[in-house]
Write a protein that binds this ligand. Structure first.
Ligand code: ADP
Ligand code: MG
Length: 227
């Protein structure tokens, strides 16, 4: 049986306005990603990888072209409707973590499941934080954690929402080798056990080559690569 299409774009283009004039970051991107695939996006710094990830996840609205997430056109939706779709389908690990500063590590991780009314939210969050090696930091606030620890809290939080598609922007960028390996293992475990589609930006060629597909971002275009 053919696999379901999780995400598709048609002529995806994105232009931002800056002080020096309009800047077209993405220039007509066409991709199709099937449910359960793992996809690495690689490319030079400033080539538009984070911009692309944010648009694909429905965090921001593209200026022209189409993005379809599980048969829902993101482009035509209001911010509220996009937020609902994100809640239903999407997990996101940000390059800069985006933890809530006034919440403890465990409260940050609990939030997505609590919002869904999950009575087991705290228990699940504890387990996830244990899996990323942070059992001893449950009640620390983000400012009391190192960059790598914050990254692992952000990863645990993304898992807590049990997303169908997990986007990760440089998920191992702030981690030492040991913690990097743990996180990679967790990402691919989730991919295999839950069929979660993984779409990640990375500079790590070893990680990129573990994915089913590699896409190379260059000059606003995305090409299939081979690592
Ligand atoms: N809102 C914005 N306004 C102006 N320039 C932007 C904006 N967002 C991104 N850029 C520029 O677009 C380019 C691509 O950014 P980004 O997607 O963050 O690249 P990457 O993640 O590949 O390093 C960069 O040169 C960045 O400075
Ligand atoms: Mg980036």
């Amino acid at each position: 049986m053919d696999k379901i299409t999780a995400l598709q774009t048609h002529n995806l283009t994105h232009t931002v306005t800056s002080k020096t004039g309009d800047l077209t970051i993405l220039k007509g991107i066409d991709i199709e990603i099937k449910e359960g695939e793992s996809v690495a996006i690689v490319g030079a710094s400033g080539s538009g990888k984070s911009t692309l990830l944010g648009l694909l996840a429905g965090l921001d609205r593209n200026t022209s072209g189409e993005i379809t997430l599980y048969n829902h056109s993101l482009t035509s939706l209001s911010e509220e409707k996009r937020a609902l779709l994100r809640g239903q389908y999407v997990g996101f690990i940000f390059q800069s973590f985006h933890l809530l500063p006034s919440l403890e590590a465990i409260e940050n991780v609990m939030l997505p499941s609590e919002l869904k009314g999950d009575k087991q939210a705290r228990q699940k969050a504890e387990h996830l934080l244990e899996q990323v090696g942070l059992s001893h930091r449950l009640t620390h606030y983000p400012r009391q954690l190192s960059g790598g620890e914050q990254q692992r809290v952000a990863i645990a939080r993304a898992f807590a929402s049990e997303p169908k598609i997990l986007f990760a922007d440089e998920p191992t960028g702030n981690l030492d080798e040991e913690n990097g390996k743990t996180v990679i293992q967790l990402l691919f475990d989730l991919n295999r056990s839950q069929g979660t589609t993984l779409i990640m930006v990375t500079h790590d060629n070893a990680l990129a080559s573990m994915c089913d597909r590699q896409l190379i971002m260059s000059a606003g275009q995305l090409k299939e690569g081979n690592l």
